[in-house]
Design a protein around this ligand. Structure first.
Ligand code: OGA
Ligand code: NI
Length: 352
């Protein structure tokens, strides 16, 4: 067995455990009530029920799975097949579309989470093409930059499969956003405006077989910094969520055709900590490679993220100062390239 680059090695307290706990408790929520066209009294009570389930899941877990979500399985299969075909190629082919300092979209295989290298390869692309973001993380630099997707030549249907899938997942993301808004006692479309000129992106993750799965992680422990994540995982499993009740890492068992949803830091701030963004990580294994596809639903770069006025009061004052999403995200991205000596930017830096 060859030497493993020590950049991949997790410190002892962050290594995966040899026994895993099953997250039986992660709620599975049936979204069929959203698809029923007619407004019988029956369907309005099932809507109420659905909103309560979403609210409870966001509060108690920060994570849930959805079934009967309306995304056609053929569309998901197409992108899964395209992803496998892309990653199966030799590195020099994949590097033709690699990301760099100028363009953060495309292929890369050197991401670090909390300064430890992840055992994975990724391909990123944005929803809006081009996507407008700040040109730098410097607070006083008002210049903007347009991010343009890079697409590989192989497999030939890669771009089409990705774009078609993105449109379906975006629809689901808006449905979930509206349910979350309703569950907070707000009008359904209260949050939608923040996503005009969104900075959302899709990531194809490939976790190769790992000779040292007890020492490395596919993705180190982290919270998602955007609003909402809609994740498709294959049947291998490896995603672990930190249970709020006791801090135990629990495995999210793959449910065929389901999506895993988690609230990110932006919803934590909007909800003034009612819905907390929860830590999660990805284990790898020595027998099977794993594929997953998260969609990171992110607001426009111009959005100032702060607790919603409707959710704060004298008794429950805002717990965060406003911060600009574009600058926050740009600052966060720097650490994907370099090892930093300081802690990366976090929402708790804006705590009042
Ligand atoms: C992520 C993530 C989980 C997975 O990319 O932020 O948490 O199962 N991925 O790949
Ligand atoms: Ni994540």
């Amino acid at each position: 067995m060859g030497e493993i680059d020590e950049a991949f090695i997790q410190s002892i307290e962050h290594r995966p455990k040899s026994t895993t706990v099953d997250a039986q408790g992660i709620p599975v929520i049936d979204l069929s009530a959203l698809n029923s066209q007619h407004c019988s009294s029956n369907s309005s009570s099932s809507m109420e029920d659905l909103i309560v389930q979403v609210g409870e899941a966001c509060k108690n877990w920060g994570f849930f799975q959805v079934i009967n979500h309306g995304v056609p399985s053929s569309c998901r299969e197409k992108v899964e097949v395209a992803s496998r075909a892309f990653f199966r190629q030799p590195s020099e082919e994949k590097r033709k579309v690699r990301r760099d300092e100028a363009n953060p979209m495309g292929f890369y295989d050197t991401e670090h989470t909390k300064n430890v290298r992840d055992w994975k390869q990724v391909f990123d692309f944005t929803v809006e093409n081009p996507t407008v973001v700040p040109a730098s993380h410097e607070p006083d630099d008002v210049r903007l930059q347009e991010i343009v997707n890079q697409w590989p030549d192989y497999p030939p249907n890669f771009r089409g499969a990705c774009e078609e899938y993105t449109r379906e997942i975006e629809k689901l993301a808006y449905k979930l956003l509206e349910l979350i808004s309703l569950s907070l006692g707000l009008p359904a479309e209260k949050l939608n405006g923040f996503f005009k000129n969104q900075t959302s992106f899709m990531r194809l993750n490939y976790y190769p077989v790992c000779p040292v799965p007890h020492l490395a992680l596919g993705v180190g422990r982290h919270k998602d910094s955007g609003a909402l994540t809609v994740l498709s995982q294959d049947d291998v499993g490896g995603l672990e969520v930190k249970r709020k009740t006791d801090g135990e890492w629990v495995l999210v068992r793959p449910t065929p055709n389901a999506y895993i949803i988690n609230v990110g830091d932006v919803i934590q701030v909007w909800s003034n900590d009612k819905y907390e963004s929860v830590e999660h990580r990805v284990m790898v294994n020595s027998e099977r490679e794993r594929f997953s596809i998260p969609f990171f639903f992110n607001p426009s770069h111009t959005v100032m993220v702060e607790p919603l006025k409707e959710l704060t009061s004298k008794q429950n004052p805002a717990r965060y100062k406003p911060y600009n999403w574009g600058k926050f995200h740009t600052t966060r991205n720097i650490s994907n390239f370099k090892k930093l000596d300081v802690e990366n930017i976090q929402i708790h830096h804006f705590r009042i």
